[in-house]
Design a protein around this ligand. Structure first.
Ligand code: SF4
Length: 281
């Protein structure tokens, strides 16, 4: 009898094997990144989170978030697969293998570790940029997002993704970059080009100052996404601070529904909407 088809080997369980592969890939990715990025800083700012609720970012930095479960790890694995095994090789093939007048280099996962002083506050930006095209010393970042059926409705990049890209454009001193969305079920894609916008970048730095000040002081901000997503019946009911921030070009106001879709702190925030002072106060 062929041993391969005998006994226990007949009872293989794909789900179990796949979960092992996903957990192992997640571990390896973290180890690989840890080697390159040194110690995580407590007050570091990740551009991919900057468009999210300030409270969520502060709670995450305090280690209050939960470790992703296996379902979420599979989603990350799929995202990495689409990026590493589809998008990057395709970009590389086009820009590096084909004949061009001038050389364009494609860099996968460019590491940024940049300190910016804004309004007297030290901001520590640290991130991996998915892909960067380099041409004549100019750098053009590409942020890749693999998504589900919301792909159908996309006519522009989601605001939190625009914020992430604009942050890269400012930090890399790039003139323009792209958001590239891949529809997971069929691998169709949509791409949106964004030019560097000084006003938006300064708005992001202002927001980063606020975030850093909260983190440095150990204060948990008010439940920003929840409070500011509240609907008002009439214009008169809208609180003046909200109008002021909108007029000042605070990009948070082009908000997305975040409490229910991306956040683990919903139960906590429903009971605690106000700012929570530091333990030392
Ligand atoms: S539940 Fe909403 S308000 Fe609370 S941290 Fe999450 S996104 Fe922010």
């Amino acid at each position: 009898m062929n041993k391969v088809f005998g006994g226990k080997l007949m009872q293989f369980d794909f789900e179990h094997i796949f979960e092992t592969v996903v957990i192992d890939a997640d571990k390896k990715k973290k180890e690989k990144r840890a080697k390159r990025t040194r110690q995580k800083k407590n007050n570091e700012i990740n551009p991919s989170s900057l468009g999210f609720c300030l409270r969520k970012q502060v709670l995450d930095s305090m280690g209050m978030g939960t470790e992703p479960d296996i379902r979420l790890k599979k989603i990350f694995w799929q995202g990495n697969f689409i990026h590493d095994d589809m998008v990057f090789p395709v970009l590389q093939k086009y820009f590096e293998d084909l004949e061009h007048d001038e050389l364009v280099q494609v860099v996968n996962e460019l590491w940024i570790d940049k300190k910016v002083i804004h309004k007297g506050v030290e901001l520590n930006f640290r991130a991996y940029v998915d892909d960067v095209l380099i041409h004549n010393d100019e750098r053009y970042p590409i942020e890749v997002k693999s998504i589900g059926y919301e792909f159908m409705k996309l006519t522009e990049g989601k605001m939190s993704h625009q914020i992430q890209l604009m942050c890269y454009l400012g930090l890399l001193k790039s003139k323009q970059g792209w958001l590239l969305y891949i529809f997971k079920p069929t691998l169709e894609s949509k791409q949106f080009k964004y030019k560097y916008d000084d006003k938006m970048y300064i708005g992001l730095l202002d927001r980063s100052v606020k975030l850093t000040e909260y983190k440095n002081a150990g204060i948990i901000p008010y439940a920003e996404a929840m409070v500011e997503a509240e609907d008002y019946e009439t214009l008169e009911e809208i609180p003046p601070y909200r109008i002021k921030r909108e007029l000042e070009g605070d990009y948070w106001f082009k908000k997305e529904k975040q409490c229910e879709t991306i956040c683990n702190y919903l139960a906590f925030c429903l009971d605690n909407k106000e700012e929570i002072p530091s333990d030392n106060d």
